[in-house]
Each structure stands twice: as structure tokens, then as C-alpha cells.
Design a protein around this ligand. Structure first.
Ligand code: AMP
Ligand code: MG
Length: 416
């Protein structure tokens, strides 16, 4: 990785994100069985090699026949066809449907040679081997033609598509398995702070639980990567150095904490020894200085310690980096226009990301804040389905005004 010249000026969120994303590329491809491919990103276009359906088949339980034979059928002059056989799904009718003949056919069974239409069973009367109908049957009636869903050469899904249940079903119907997907990024997570205790241990006076590691394990997993916790480093050079040593070979290292004034020099010193490190001040709130660079060749994103700041900066910088490594067509979350519905929001020099819950009312998306927005209040993250953006500038955003919001899900999350 190239050295990054330290940036003294405050960066906008876009400038910082551009610099982060410039360091990441799609990872190598691998093959996985389709049934294990949920959430994986296609590394190459998926193209149909066969047709689907592979053969013309019946859409109904009924009778396969020749349309021409039924031309004269009316209630007064019904037409009777001779029942010549049967073809259930999974079988192929051995013969041909001759003039004046009908073959019993079940849904999904191949249309027998000679037949060009299927009449559903409710519309005929059957007595012995006579099938009687009272109206003509059009050519192609109740027949699903071969290749209606996909023809050989049809593009099923582009490289960069995240595979969901629908894509998996489509690829399966064309026999595309294994799927060629990008490798999952391996992301190392290191928390820093003397005050942090692991889950399962009792808290001693002055301690708090490390919640950033569990948060990041969950958020990294949801972003499509494989998280590995490196534990908690104490605010001591040696411990930090030792723990950081374990990050070698990962695709990304996420640290949290150690960027406020007290710890700053320690973390900066240790990181700078072994790599190139830049501390940026990004014009955003929540989110303190953000560290970015490389350590022994591993890209490192140093998130702030406050849980809400860590979550928001992961969302704005960490997740897009992971999506870029996955080769995802959509690296960033969608933004939508919303009507704000909360307390007055005073704008400032830093862009604010306010946790909100979206609801649809009267055909509009309404965004209500999740309560107090201070960066230590993890409860403000809970239930948030979007981050409302209060742009840099002056004035106040009041309830009823339009604003942009970044979805925290790719699909619109509706409130019940
Ligand atoms: P720092 O940036 O290390 O000064 O941390 C800022 C604030 O975030 C302090 O109140 C820390 O106790 C808190 N903090 C740092 N890391 C974590 C963590 N892993 N889990 C929960 N809180 C944290
Ligand atoms: Mg700390």
C-alpha cells in the first residue's frame, strides 16, 4: 500500500470515503454450492446455458389435444376425442397424439408430440375413453413454452449481484451450481481501552463491557464478511503492539477507541511504527477523528470508541470498504427523501447523522428520531432504520421539513 500523506484539513464524508474506497478492490472468486450462496456476491455474470423451462409443459391438469380437432365444438355440437393415454409430471409420453385423440396430462408434464393445446379438466366431461368438450381450444392454450423463463444465453444476474432467495431459485432452475462468488473478506476487530471487560466476566469498579466488538462482529457479518475478534488491547504500547501483530493477513483491521486526546499519541505511535497511518478529522457527527492507513500491509480503519460513533463510522466507511471487496454493485446504502418528525435539529460545521425510524404515512416516508442522540447512548441505535442527514450549514431543521436519510437496510424497512 502506498503512503498516505496526512491530511490536516477537515475532510467531508465523501472525501474520506473516496480515500478509503480507493484502497480496496474486489477479492478473488471462489465457487460455493448454490444452497450456501445466500448473501454472497456474484464474481461473474450468471448466464443461462439451457432453456427454462427445458421443454414445453402443461400449466394445468387436463387433456392434451390438437386444437384443429376442437374447432367446431359448441354446446349444441360437442366434440368427443378418444382418450389415448396419460402423461404425469416427470414422464414423457411415448407416442404421438393423433387426430381425434386426447391424452390425459398433469401439471408440469411435457406436452406430447402432436398436441398443441391443453384443456383443463374442469371444462370437459369424460365417460369411458371419450373426452367431450363444448368449445374450441386455442393453439398454445395452457402450454408453458420452453425457454419462457430463460433462453440459452439469457443474462440471469450480473456480476456484483448479491444473491438472495430469488436469485438462488433462478440460478437453480438453470442448474447453475456451484456459484462463482467473491471470497468473503476476513475482518479483524480490535477494541482498545483499560476500562473494557469481556462478556461473561463480572465488572470491577470503573469497568464497562466492550460492546463495540459484539457490535462490529454483527455488523461485519451482516455486511457479508467474516469477523475475527482480536480481543481488547490495554492502553499500553506493548499490549497494543502485541495485539496488532495478530492482524497480519486479514483483508481489513477495524480498531475502536484510542483516538481521543489521552490515548491518541499512544495509538498513533504504535500504528505509525509499522505502517502508514493518517488521522483524519471528518466533518461528521457522531464521529471523532478517524484513523486510516495500513499496518504490515493490512488496511486499517480506526473507529472512534464511543459506541454510536463506532457504529455510524463503520456504516459510512467500513461497510462500503467491505462491499467494495465483495465486488458488490451497490457499495453504499440507498438514500431516500423523508419528512422529518422530531425535535429541532440545529445544523453546524459537521454533518450530523441522526438515528431515525421510518414509517410510511399518507404516501410519504416519515422519519422520527429515536430519542436522545448522544454518542454514548447505544439505545439511540436500537430500532433505527435510517440515518437522517442534517447537512453542514446554519439554521435548524424542524418537524415537517424534508430531509435525506440513508437507509440502514437495502430494502425499505417498514414500521409495523
Ligand atoms: P476512546 O476513544 O478510547 O477515548 O473512547 C471513547 C469512549 O468510548 C469512552 O467512554 C470509552 O469508554 C468508550 N469505549 C471505547 N471503546 C469501547 C468499547 N469497545 N465498548 C464500549 N465502549 C467503548
Ligand atoms: Mg480508550
Amino acid at each position: 500500500m502506498a503512503e498516505t500523506a496526512p491530511v490536516k484539513a477537515m475532510l467531508s464524508v465523501e472525501e474520506a470515503r473516496e480515500r478509503v474506497l480507493a484502497r480496496f478492490q474486489p477479492l478473488a472468486a471462489e465457487e460455493v454450492p448454490l444452497t450456501e450462496a445466500l448473501g454472497r456476491v456474484l464474481a461473474i455474470d450468471a448466464v443461462a446455458r439451457e432453456a427454462s423451462p427445458p421443454f414445453a409443459n402443461s400449466a394445468m391438469d387436463g387433456y392434451a389435444l390438437r386444437s384443429l380437432d376442437t374447432r367446431a365444438a359448441t354446446p349444441d355440437t360437442p366434440v368427443s376425442l378418444r382418450l389415448a393415454g396419460e402423461v404425469p409430471a416427470g414422464n414423457v409420453y411415448a407416442g404421438e397424439v393423433g387426430p381425434g385423440e386426447a391424452v390425459r396430462i398433469l401439471t408440469g408434464a411435457p406436452v406430447p408430440a402432436g398436441a398443441d393445446a391443453v384443456i383443463q379438466q374442469e371444462l370437459v366431461s369424460v365417460a369411458g375413453d371419450a373426452v367431450t368438450l363444448e368449445a374450441p381450444v386455442a393453439v398454445g392454450n395452457n402450454i408453458r413454452e420452453a425457454g419462457e423463463d430463460a433462453r440459452p444465453g439469457t443474462l440471469l444476474a450480473r456480476a456484483g449481484t448479491e444473491l438472495g432467495p430469488a436469485e438462488i431459485a433462478l440460478l437453480a432452475s438453470l442448474g447453475v451450481s456451484p456459484a462463482r462468488v467473491t471470497r468473503r473478506p476476513r475482518v479483524a476487530i480490535l477494541a482498545t481501552g483499560n476500562e473494557l471487560e469481556r462478556l461473561g466476566e463480572p465488572l470491577r469498579p470503573g469497568q464497562i463491557y466492550d460492546s463495540n466488538t459484539p457490535y462490529l462482529i454483527a455488523a461485519v457479518t451482516r455486511a457479508g464478511a467474516t469477523p475475527v475478534s482480536l480481543g481488547v488491547a490495554r492502553d499500553l504500547e506493548d499490549d497494543l503492539r502485541a495485539k496488532l501483530g495478530a492482524a497480519r493477513g486479514f483483508d481489513l483491521l477495524l480498531t475502536s477507541g484510542g483516538v481521543s486526546v489521552g490515548d491518541y499519541d499512544l495509538v498513533k505511535r504504535v500504528l505509525s511504527e509499522r505502517g502508514s497511518m493518517t488521522f483524519w478529522r471528518v466533518r461528521l457527527k457522531p464521529g471523532k477523528p478517524l484513523a486510516f492507513g495500513a499496518l504490515d500491509g493490512t488496511p486499517l480503519l480506526g473507529l472512534p470508541g464511543n459506541p454510536v460513533s463506532a457504529a455510524v463510522t463503520f456504516e459510512l466507511f467500513g461497510r462500503p470498504a467491505i462491499r467494495r471487496m465483495l465486488g458488490a454493485a451497490q457499495v453504499e446504502r440507498p438514500e431516500v427523501e423523508v419528512v422529518y418528525e422530531g425535535r429541532d435539529l440545529r445544523r453546524g460545521d459537521r454533518r450530523q447523522y441522526v438515528r431515525v425510524r421510518l414509517a410510511s404515512r399518507g404516501g410519504r416516508l416519515v422519519a422520527r428520531d429515536t430519542g436522545e442522540q448522544e454518542s454514548h447512548l447505544i439505545s439511540s441505535l436500537q430500532g433505527a432504520t435510517a440515518l437522517l442527514i442534517a447537512p453542514e450549514g446554519e439554521g435548524v431543521i424542524r418537524a415537517g421539513e424534508l430531509a435525506r436519510a440513508l437507509l440502514l437496510n437495502d430494502a425499505l424497512p417498514w414500521e409495523a
